[in-house]
Design a protein around this ligand. Structure first.
Ligand code: SF4
Length: 321
């Protein structure tokens, strides 16, 4: 934990882990998700913007290689760059046939070790079969000891309430999240979990319970943000009809402080605020830079005399396993 901050932030942790600053390169491999193609639902999670989640079109291997090369060149221009995190961000990246996942992962293999020091794959708890975990474990080995890399699996939990998950049309359960996280950890992969504070019907206690579940999940990293209403989402209609209220900034900081107190002390906060482009965001009206949220969160925890993990009750074999 940073000596100045009462919670774990990403940058110092990355520097310690990789020996210097590394930068994330967002990649869009295309694909879809079961909430969009009808296998679980149509229209997606209520807060998901179709276009904001990626193109939805399968990128060819050569198009992905072009994305990678352009991003690597961009990052190499930073004076302090020590490496790249190849981040397959959009949609559910393991919701594909095995051959397709291999094709996607093959695009990063030539860059493993130098400059790609980590591959991060975003997916859903219900779209990570054992064969996909096997592929990710193989990727982690690189082509030898010299280019072994980190492989992170990013999984959305969003809420620890199955009712809320159903209401927001996530269509997976808390139990699936825990089971998938355990399979990843058992295979030696690290997990980063997502949470949204202020989901309809979740409330302050729901946010606390989400933190408790994340603390016990063994996820190494956590991304949290406040619920935002974006254009072209199902939430837009609810919000325009006055049936949905989002958190004001003061309330968000209070809830975030509760949340952080309940996380495991060694979980790394990869994100503490949302970053939707202003032209897409309908609500809330406020938006704060990460540094501002970080300072406000630190001030709130200091005022309370608490810190990350100070309210966590960890069962054996939980976070930090
Ligand atoms: S948030 Fe993810 S799982 Fe939900 S609809 Fe969008 S891409 Fe699919």
């Amino acid at each position: 934990m940073s000596p100045e901050l009462p919670f774990q932030t990403l940058r110092p942790w990355l520097i310690e882990r990789f020996g210097g600053p590394v930068y994330r390169l967002a990649l869009d491999a295309g694909s879809s998700c079961p909430n969009r193609d009808g296998s679980k639902g149509f229209g997606g999670c209520v807060y998901c913007d179709v276009e904001g989640s990626g193109t939805g079109a399968l990128a060819t291997g050569s198009a992905l290689t072009a994305q990678l090369k352009a991003g690597i060149e961009r990052i190499a221009r930073r004076d302090d760059s020590q490496g790249v995190i190849a981040y397959f961000q959009s949609y559910s990246n393991t919701y594909v046939e095995r051959a397709r996942l291999r094709e996607v992962l093959d695009t990063v293999r030539p860059f493993l070790g130098d400059p790609v020091v980590c591959v991060s794959i975003a997916t859903r708890p219900d779209t990570l079969p054992d064969w996909a975990i096997d592929e990710l474990v193989e990727l982690r080995s690189g082509s030898g000891p010299g280019n072994r890399v980190d492989v992170w699996v990013e999984l959305g939990l969003e809420s620890a309430s199955n009712q809320v998950l159903e209401d927001i049309r996530r269509f997976h359960t808390v139990e699936e999240f825990m089971e998938t996280t355990t399979r990843c950890l058992d295979a030696g992969l690290e997990c980063i979990a997502h949470a949204i504070l202020g989901l309809p019907g979740d409330g302050r206690e729901g946010a606390r319970e989400t933190a408790r579940v994340l603390a016990s999940s063994g996820a190494r990293g956590v991304k949290a943000h406040n619920l935002m209403v974006l254009r072209r989402t199902q939430l837009e209609k609810e919000w325009r009809a006055g049936r949905l209220h989002v958190l004001d900034s003061e309330t968000y900081i209070q809830w975030l402080a509760d949340f952080v107190e309940l996380l495991a002390p060694d979980q790394v906060l990869h994100r503490i605020t949302g970053d939707a482009p202003v032209e897409q965001r309908l609500a809330p009206e406020w938006s704060m830079h990460t540094n501002t949220v970080r300072n406000l969160l630190a001030a709130e925890l200091n005022l309370r005399g608490t810190r990350q993990g100070s309210a966590a009750i960890l069962s054996s074999g939980s976070a930090g396993r």
